[in-house]
Design a protein around this ligand. Structure first.
Ligand SMILES: NC(=O)C1=CN([C@@H]2O[C@H](COP(=O)(O)OP(=O)(O)OC[C@H]3O[C@@H](n4cnc5c(N)ncnc54)[C@H](O)[C@@H]3O)[C@@H](O)[C@H]2O)C=CC1
Ligand SMILES: CC(C)CC(=O)C(=O)O
Ligand SMILES: [Mg+2]
Length: 357
């Protein structure tokens, strides 16, 4: 099969982890006889430096013409005070590709139970939660937004807005996801306070009538954040809005060992998919070969599964990652006290070696 991939390495640790993930993808493509064609484009801070804008038009055009897109990460202190920041590029590409659904699987590899911050008795059966986050609506996009002087005071504002179509399509995708898993869906909102959440809950209830086999529950987001660390296994699939999903998935990541372990798939209605680790550009460790590349490598597995329907190839990557962890190899973020951690490039090489064996 021909795999036309656009790579958007971005900023900070983005280029380092992209390099490792691409090496893994190349190895799998070769192993299974696929023709891989990757082109690199600019997004984020590096795009601002080169072109003055975080999302150049040729990046958007290339992504639209590709079969799938891989993104490293964007942002960093160098660009924090600009009016148009690197993160605008990321929000822009999600919107331009219609990527309304972000799947963030928080899975604890049994080998990493020791890196998990929860009590051993809580995680003895592992953790396997799928967070389905709405990605192109909510407070990240709602209008009006801005800063102005009101009554002599500097005032900032954003608007959390969802229409029923936006809620319906993410709810359907979440119910479909639950149907393929343990058939339990928890919708997370703030319906005790927010009108937008009351509509969210009503529409989710309406969609639920199409999926009688799925057990639907609702939680307020503050309680959900607490329940996720108290007893993560009460969850199968969580569906929530853009902001709440962003926050809860970082939390879900750390209970599975590290934010450096959690991949994601951003999907549209039949169009191109974008795959990225859930973490950011980690400026504190960028350029030091400390970044864990496994979230990116696992994002490539999601790409093969969701964009190309190549389940065997995806599974081979996930198995190779598991074998590397089983052999005790650890980057700093998942190392136990006293371990001498590997660099990110060594970790990537070990996965490639596993695949080549
Ligand atoms: N998808 C994206 O491109 C995202 C970009 N960002 C941007 O990234 C920049 C930094 O944001 P932060 O809040 O610091 O979040 P971050 O996710 O970049 O880092 C949080 C902490 O996790 C660590 N970490 C992250 N990824 C790691 C990895 N692969 N291996 C080991 N440790 C890792 C970092 O060293 C840091 O201590 C900001 O400019 C932010 O806007 C933040 C989140 C997502
Ligand atoms: C950097 C933001 C635009 C979003 C974010 O933190 C994320 O998607 O995880
Ligand atoms: Mg985030």
């Amino acid at each position: 099969m021909k795999l036309n991939i656009v790579l958007l390495p971005g900023d900070g640790i983005g280029p380092e982890i992209t390099k490792q993930a691409v090496a893994v993808l190349e190895t799998v493509a070769q192993k299974f006889g696929h023709e891989l064609h990757c082109t690199e484009h600019l997004i984020g801070g590096c795009a601002i430096d080169a072109t003055g804008h975080p999302l150049p038009q040729d990046t958007v055009d290339a992504c639209k013409a590709a079969d799938a897109v891989f993104l490293g990460a964007v942002g960093g202190p160098k660009w924090d005070n600009l009016e148009v920041r690197p993160e605008v590029g990321l929000l822009g590409i999600r919107k331009a590709l219609g990527l309304f659904a972000n799947l963030r699987p928080a899975k604890l590899f049994p080998e990493l139970a020791g890196a998990c911050f929860l009590r051993p008795d809580i995680v003895q059966d592992g953790i396997d939660v799928m967070v389905v986050r709405e990605l192109t609506g909510g407070i990240y996009f709602g209008e009006p937004q801005g800063q102005e002087v009101r009554d002599g005071l500097r005032t900032g504002y954003n608007t959390m807005v969802y229409n029923e179509d936006e809620v319906r399509r993410i709810a359907r995708l979440a119910f479909e996801t639950a149907m393929k898993r343990d058939k339990r869906l928890c919708s997370v909102d703030k319906a005790n306070v927010l009108e937008v959440s009351r509509l969210w809950r009503t529409v989710v209830e309406e969609v639920a009538t199409e999926y009688p086999e799925v057990e639907l529950s609702h939680l307020y987001v503050d309680n959900a954040a607490m329940q996720l660390v108290r007893d993560p296994n009460q969850f199968d699939v969580i569906v929530t809005g853009n902001l709440f999903g962003d926050i809860l998935s970082d939390e879900a990541a750390v209970i599975t060992g590290s934010i450096g372990m959690l991949p994601s798939a951003s999907l549209s209605s039949g169009g191109v998919g974008l795959y990225e680790p859930i973490h950011g550009s980690a400026p504190d460790i960028a350029g030091q070969d400390k970044a864990n590349p496994l979230a990116s490598i696992l994002s490539m597995a999601m790409m093969l599964r969701y964009s190309f329907n190549l389940e065997d190839e995806a599974q081979v990557i996930e198995d190779a990652v598991q074998r590397v962890l089983r052999a005790g190899h650890r980057t700093g973020d998942i190392a136990a006290a006293g371990d001498s951690p590997l660099g990110g490039s060594k970790m990537g090489q070990l996965v490639v070696d596993e695949l080549s064996n």
